[in-house]
Design a protein around this ligand. Structure first.
Ligand code: HEC
Length: 168
């Protein structure tokens, strides 16, 4: 009985989630309505929201590399890259700062180095590439008069419910 109840409860949750997803998809598929019709406008995340995710991924990437968990490091590099692609897509310029151009440069230098280090499973190379990325984070914050947002190597993992060591 309990099993059935548990099952139907998760089915209800899945149904809710898929309805929410369908609504979100429908909203994003709709063309922007006449001005004033906010409900029909597609959802675009704020830069600050994307950055909060970037901050988490930056932290996870560090512990993935530190633990020589290269598949996880590769995954976090991909997620970070996608996060910056969203910034470039939605905010090519922000307060007259050419974000998309800066992100292109980061892709060609810092991400290229991270890719190489991760592919080579090389911790030293990884550390250097990671620090390079961190500097690029701060360079962009400085260019945006946000020098007070200082990113650094993390000292503790962002979450205790995720294991960073590679699976045996
Ligand atoms: C191309 C420019 C650019 C790059 C690169 C960049 N940021 Fe940002 N970041 C911004 C801007 C612009 C804001 C301010 C957004 C706002 O005011 O809504 C910001 C804000 C932030 C914030 C503050 C969010 C908050 O609410 O506390 C954090 C944290 C952050 N960035 C982390 C990072 C990390 C980590 C990296 C590197 C992996 C990074 N950023 C790289 C442009 C950038």
């Amino acid at each position: 009985m309990t099993g059935v109840r548990v099952l139907s409860r998760s089915a209800a949750i899945i149904a809710c989630l898929s309805t929410a997803m369908m609504l979100a998809l429908a909203a994003s598929a709709q063309p922007a309505g006449p001005s004033g019709n906010a409900a029909a406008e597609p959802f675009v995340p704020e830069i600050g929201e994307i950055m909060m995710f970037q901050q988490l991924r930056h932290g996870k990437l560090w512990f993935a590399g530190e633990s020589s968990n290269w598949p996880l490091a590769e995954y976090e590099v991909k997620e970070l890259r996608e996060g910056f692609e969203s910034v470039a897509k939605y905010y090519p310029t922000f307060n007259n700062v050419p974000l998309a151009q800066m992100i292109d440069a980061i892709r060609d230098s810092n991400f290229a180095e991270l890719d190489k280090a991760v592919a080579a499973h090389d911790r030293r190379q990884f550390t250097r590439a990671f620090d390079g990325l961190t500097q690029a984070c701060n360079a962009c914050h400085q260019a945006n008069e946000l020098a007070f947002i200082v990113i650094q190597r993390p000292s503790v993992p962002p979450f205790s419910n995720q294991a960073f060591a590679p699976r045996k």
